[in-house]
Design a protein around this ligand. Sequence first.
Ligand SMILES: C[S@@+](CC[C@H](N)C(=O)[O-])C[C@H]1O[C@@H](n2cnc3c(N)ncnc32)[C@H](O)[C@@H]1O
Length: 258
Amino acid sequence: MLMNSASTGSELYLDLLKKILTNTLHATEPDVDEIQERFVIQFLHHYIQGPAISMLPRCRLDNLQACLTDVIARNIPGDCIETGVWRGGAAIFMRAVLRTYNEADRLVWVADSFEGLPEPDAERFPREAKAYHGAMMRKAFDHLAASLEEVQANFKAFGLLDDNVRFLKGWFKDTLPKAPIERLAVMRLDGDYYESTMDALTNLYDKVSIGGYVIIDDYGEDSWTYCRQAVDEFRKLRGISDPMVQVDRPCFFWRRSA
Ligand SMILES: C[S@@+](CC[C@H](N)C(=O)[O-])C[C@H]1O[C@@H](n2cnc3c(N)ncnc32)[C@H](O)[C@@H]1O
């Protein structure tokens, strides 16, 4: 029997892309539920020293795909953004999904310092500062720095560097207030820290369409970041009661209803 080759081809393409981006074609991804010390070692080998282009576990790319296909299916207007892209993998995946569905009018915004994490204020954010200054983060992870040229080369390698991809280089507090973004359908926040998360929410949330998605990569992390506190404070301040849905231990999202 002849299969529906168009939809099968798209699904196969996106599935293969996820495996390449996460370096899971042959290898197994680190287990986020593993004890912290073991996870960090696995993380170092698999992502930082390996060829992965995203450090997202597979289920978070599945979640991103589900949010994107949902806004496409329901005609929720707006672009997509990831704030905090590292080597660009999740943003590349966003562009791939939009291309697959011929969504020619939606842009992908790629926001990062392209020089790694900002130094947290040690008095306000002691846990973040401790992690930031730790030997592993400084020496092995290089504060998660990946240059703009490297990220653009990664987009290009997948044939996905085109006019619908816009780069916002610099600290979120400087780039996001003046970014020429009109509307967002999917906003994925992966800047790790309290201020990086709060800067994104403060400057971008009002641009998220009703029916659009807000994904918080590190909401469930408590040992080295205050990301959850930033999100909880923002939601309280703005009276947001949309339920937060869990993707895996750290990652949560909500769908904007009002
Ligand atoms: C965990 S990584 C992102 C992982 C990425 N989403 C992926 O698919 O692999 C965090 C990124 O956030 C960036 N970042 C964090 N806070 C930032 C800020 N305030 N301004 C600009 N970039 C920031 C870092 O440079 C780093 O690239």
